[in-house]
Design a protein around this ligand. Structure first.
Ligand code: PLP
Length: 403
């Protein structure tokens, strides 16, 4: 569906409301406190009961005979889980390894690469802070240069992003690190065009897809990136601790886990599949999370959450008479809207708004200071409905006015 078609769908009248199984009806299936208005699924996810039950059952299975579990059952269970994730993401399971989170996946790639003095690594101004810190670490260590493509925000069009990245690349560019979905702004970047651009110049690409699986129909084999780092605990609905790394086969011999262990020389899968003794239930619960989504319907999840996100963004920006951070065609399940305030925005003041909303109003959302303005980032997931965003629309300006 193109941008235009999607925005027409988002504008559809309420008579085509989403199926009743979503929103409030579904909330009881999640372990969240029932009275909390939870508009921050994107940060840490939130578990549905059937997935939590599956994770608990796996933990109990391990306890029945820990040695047998670790030595004989675990290796195949991990590969089965990777196969299941691969099927979901349009990839081969053997190209996927699990790690604790996207930060670890990005670190595994970046710390496996060797740069020379004068080499350049390109990223964008949307780069997630933990990833930027890792990039600073590896480029400083090698006397290489970190180049930041400045992407305008609020963004007008996807082409601006591709243009900003293209003009930051030079003959010395050795790597591009780019978000699929930007954390701060929720913008869905035109990742196919960006990867195509880099590949046309023979530049390897690490895609930071921490937010994408479950929010966007990711097809890894078609994307043609070099590496794709992701999380299953956010939109896919698996327990925290279920990050992953997909690596194009030619590059697998060169990538090493962040923790070197027994099997580091035994190939990509084995090197990552044993990071030392730990609780593996999060990795192994990924198939249960995929099954839970299938029980709701993948297409219905996308339709409900996209539409709710678009409606929530419009509601907030109309109520607050303020800007949206992303054009409609670049929104997934996360939207960013400027929050008017008499006070100049600072990171501490943004945290304060968030704290007051959480503590005094039992409402969880994400507030950021960007270029002296407050921006509220909302997540819309299957258990949310529009009334929760109406609550935020009313409360947030009051809290901001009382800083
Ligand atoms: C774009 C992006 N990269 C990386 C991360 C880090 O994810 P984690 O904390 O699970 O490693 C996030 C988290 O929200 C993110 O949005």
């Amino acid at each position: 569906m193109d941008v235009e078609e999607r925005s027409q769908k988002d504008n559809a009248p309420p008579s085509s409301e989403a199926p009743e199984k979503f929103g409030r009806t579904l909330r009881a299936q999640f372990l969240l406190e029932p009275e909390c208005t939870y508009l921050n699924h994107g940060s840490y996810g939130a578990l549905a009961r059937p997935v939590a039950d599956a994770a608990n059952a796996l933990r109990l299975q391990a306890e029945r005979q820990p040695s047998r579990f670790m030595v004989e059952e675990l290796p195949d269970l991990i590969r089965d889980s990777a196969d299941s994730l691969g099927k979901y993401l349009g990839a081969r399971g053997r190209d996927i390894v699990f790690v604790d989170n996207a930060t670890t996946a990005v670190n595994a790639v970046l710390r496996s690469l060797a740069f020379l003095p004068g080499d350049e690594v390109v990223t964008t101004s949307f780069c997630y802070n933990a990833v930027r810190k890792t990039l600073e670490f590896i480029t400083e260590r090698a006397n290489a240069r970190l180049v930041t493509a400045e992407i305008p925000f609020p963004l007008i069009s996807p082409a601006d992003t591709v243009q900003a990245i293209a003009s930051s690349m030079t003959r010395r560019t050795r790597l591009l690190v780019v978000d699929h979905v930007s954390s701060e702004t929720g913008l869905v970047l035109p990742i196919n065009d960006i990867v195509r651009l880099a590949r046309s110049r023979n530049i390897p690409v690490l895609v930071d897809g921490a937010h994408a699986p479950g929010m966007l129909p990711v097809k890894l084999d078609q994307l043609d990136a070099t590496w794709y780092a992701g999380n299953c605990h956010k939109w896919l609905g698996a327990p925290r601790g279920s990050g992953f790394l997909w690596t194009y086969s030619d590059f697998q011999p060169r990538v090493r886990p962040t923790t070197i262990s027994h099997f580091v020389s035994n190939g990509y899968n084995r090197a990552f599949d044993w990071p030392g003794t730990k609780d593996f239930s999060a990795w192994l619960s990924v198939p249960a999370a995929i099954d839970f989504r299938a029980s709701l319907g993948e297409a219905e999840i996308y339709a409900y959450c996209r539409r709710l996100t678009a409606r929530a963004a419009r509601l907030l920006s109309d109520t607050w008479q303020s800007d949206m951070g992303s054009p409609r065609g670049m929104m997934g399940f996360v939207a960013t809207v400027a929050l008017p305030s008499p006070t100049k925005a600072t990171p501490a003041a943004a945290e304060r708004i968030r704290h007051v909303l959480r503590t005094n109003h039992n409402l969880e959302t994400f507030v950021k200071a960007i270029d002296d303005r407050f921006w509220v980032r909302v997540s819309a997931y299957v258990y949310n409905d529009l009334s929760e965003f109406e609550r935020l629309a009313e409360l947030a300006p009051k809290v901001a006015a009382e800083l």
